[in-house]
Design a protein around this ligand. Structure first.
Ligand code: ATP
Ligand code: MG
Length: 572
């Protein structure tokens, strides 16, 4: 691929092949220099990170070339669509930070599309087929052998018109008839072998109610909608490459139908450009399977933090910037591939490092008593919210005699390089004092139930002379000044790298340990007051976000991602 630089200025970066094609069109003066794209979701589910890739391209091209990107809900199948999905899609696009021009619906064009279909019938270019879908499929032929004509292919125009009307009545039986375009049963491109363009559906539509009983197929709605709206570049994913000739052909017919072709006006036609879908390791994007996960309660809803949906990622604590940075980093190509989830997580870590407020939380607690610190006394220590952000403030964390520390930060017989708590060794308690471990207490089974240490009053963080060096710094919370919290840790949803390509039933591929809930964690009270949407780092552990299931008194946190990619190591 030859890489060119953008000529539009500010941000210098190499252009994707899609942008190169758009620039070629601009250079040729196509469409009077106008750029109009669209993002066309079908409102039959929630948006996932794959959609975000399409959104970044559709909106990105419009922004870059001072055009507009509209939304179009491709709502041509009422049996699967509803307004709940429409609303959530709008919400997710806003969360990503994009602003659309207008909102359109394919259902706005039902009358126009119907009229166009009637025009095709009159031209002898469409017919009603009364065969079953199995019979129609059996006659399609193969890419190397031509198909067989339907016995209804040469019906008179009048009969087709009558039957098409009949298809659009409440009495019409689903599957009893379809309207097919009469194109070429021997065409190398299977989509030209008399594609079905209308089918009967008796489920009421979420916008048009029971006005219609038969609905256009994707191929008979998408390109036409692009044309009606004035879309200049219809950017989509690679599976639509074989649809493109039909897309163009139907635009030709439309231009004949509306008279622009006869008047020699051929300067405007939307151009379809395809890029590779986003596929991520250890997850899948198929809406059908995501639906199944939700419906069978294998996850806790569309916004379960393990889901690849944007609402799931938001709940988990991913920032929109990290999602967009990840998409930028993988780029757009003309071949499908599998992208590593670890790359997404790296992008999340990098962005949250700049954003997250540092707090202390002890996830696997053991008691630590500072034996020379007076009973009943406490003092507020100053904690920097985010050392990576010079504009960030500070907050108070209360220190006292009785603390919680992480069980894994203590070892009785520690090797030399263990720079944590061990009898006779010194460590710094973050934002507080240097303490020297003096011993521990065990229960009858030999489990450590308490650790003792003595503090050095001269070593309070921030005091002159307090910069005495000790190797380890540990986090802690004060037992009387912390809040008990539930922490949810997530692992990969699927236990195989590419579940979409696996022949086994997807239920067998689910990771049984994808959610671990720990109800015995303690967080400093400042963290307990944080609400969903506020990015947090539990120091030395990872990034976390409050979950809407929690309250200030009983907070719940989702682990967004660990500080390091421990997962890669586990699987080596
Ligand atoms: P369905 O199975 O319902 O067709 P879909 O994932 O294609 O699901 P749409 O709502 O039709 O969903 O998709 C809207 C747009 O998002 C389309 O332009 C589609 O090409 C794009 N898109 C969908 N999935 C991905 C993906 N994994 N990567 C990139 N773009 C995607
Ligand atoms: Mg689709």
């Amino acid at each position: 691929m030859d890489i060119k630089e953008s000529n539009t200025g500010e941000e210098k970066r190499s252009l994707s092949f899609v942008e190169q094609l758009v620039e070629e069109d601009l250079a040729k003066g196509k469409n009077g220099g106008r750029i109009q794209t669209r993002f066309p979701p079908e409102p039959n589910g929630y948006l996932h990170i794959g959609h975000a890739k399409a959104i970044c391209m559709d909106f990105g091209v419009a922004e870059r070339y001072h055009g507009v990107c509209n939304l179009r809900f491709d709502d041509t199948n009422p049996s699967k669509e509803n307004t709940e999905y429409v609303e959530n899609i709008l919400n997710d696009i806003s969360w990503l930070g994009f602003k659309w021009g207008d909102i359109y619906y394919a259902s706005d064009y039902f009358q126009k599309l119907w009229d166009f279909a009637v025009w095709l019938i009159r031209k002898g270019l469409a017919y009603v087929d009364e065969q079953t879908s199995e019979q129609i499929a059996a006659q399609k032929g193969t890419p190397t052998t031509p198909g067989t004509d339907s016995p209804y292919r040469n019906r008179p125009v009048e009969e087709n018109l009558q039957l098409f009307e009949k298809m659009n009545t409440p009495e019409a039986v689903e599957g009893s008839m379809v309207l097919r375009a009469k194109l070429d049963m021997a065409n190398d491109n299977m989509h030209f072998r008399d594609p079905v363009i209308y089918r009967i559906i008796q489920t009421p539509h979420h916008r048009t109610g029971t006005k219609w009983h038969c609905y256009p197929m994707y191929d008979f709605a998408h390109g036409q909608s692009d044309y009606f709206e004035g879309v200049t570049h219809s950017i989509c994913t690679l599976e639509f490459v074989p649809h493109r000739p039909l897309y163009d052909k139907l635009v030709d017919f439309l231009k004949e139908c509306d008279g622009t072709a006869a008047r020699g006006i051929d300067d405007f036609r939307p151009r379809q450009i395809e890029f590779n879908r986003l596929n991520l390791t250890y997850t899948m994007m198929s809406k059908r399977k995501l639906h199944a996960l939700v419906d069978e309660r294998l996850v806790n809803g569309w916004d379960d933090p393990r889901m690849p949906t944007l609402c799931g990622m938001r709940r988990r604590g991913y920032s929109p910037e990290s999602v967009k940075n990840f998409i930028k980093s993988i780029g757009y190509t003309k071949f499908d591939a599998l992208n590593d989830m670890a790359l997404l997580e790296a992008a999340v870590r990098e962005d949250l490092n700049k954003r997250a407020v540092r707090v202390s939380a002890v996830l696997d607690p053991v008691r630590l008593v500072i034996t020379n610190y007076p009973e009943g006394r406490s003092e507020d220590m100053e904690a920097v919210d985010n050392p990576e952000d010079e504009n960030s403030g500070t907050h108070a964390i209360t220190f006292s005699r009785n603390l919680w520390m992480e069980r894994a930060d203590f070892m009785e017989d520690a090797p030399k390089k263990f720079f944590r708590m061990s009898p006779g060794r010194e460590v710094r308690l973050k934002n507080a004092y240097i303490v020297k471990c003096t011993g521990c207490t065990k229960d009858a089974e030999g489990n450590v139930v308490e650790i003792q240490a003595e503090y050095d009053p001269e070593s309070r963080s921030g005091l002159p002379g307090a910069d005495r060096k000790v190797k380890g710094t540990l986090h802690w919370v004060s037992t009387d000044h912390c809040v008990k919290a539930e922490v949810r840790e997530y692992d990969r949803l699927f236990s195989v790298e590419n579940p979409s390509a696996d022949e086994r039933d997807f239920h067998e591929l689910l990771n049984p340990d994808s959610l671990r809930t720990d109800r015995n964690c303690f967080v400093e009270s400042y963290a307990a007051r944080k609400r969903p949407g506020e990015y947090l780092q539990f120091q030395r552990i990872g990034y976390f976000m409050a979950d809407p299931d929690g309250t200030q008194e009983a907070p719940v946190f989702n682990k967004t991602v660990g500080l390091k990619d421990t997962w890669a190591k586990q699987n080596k």
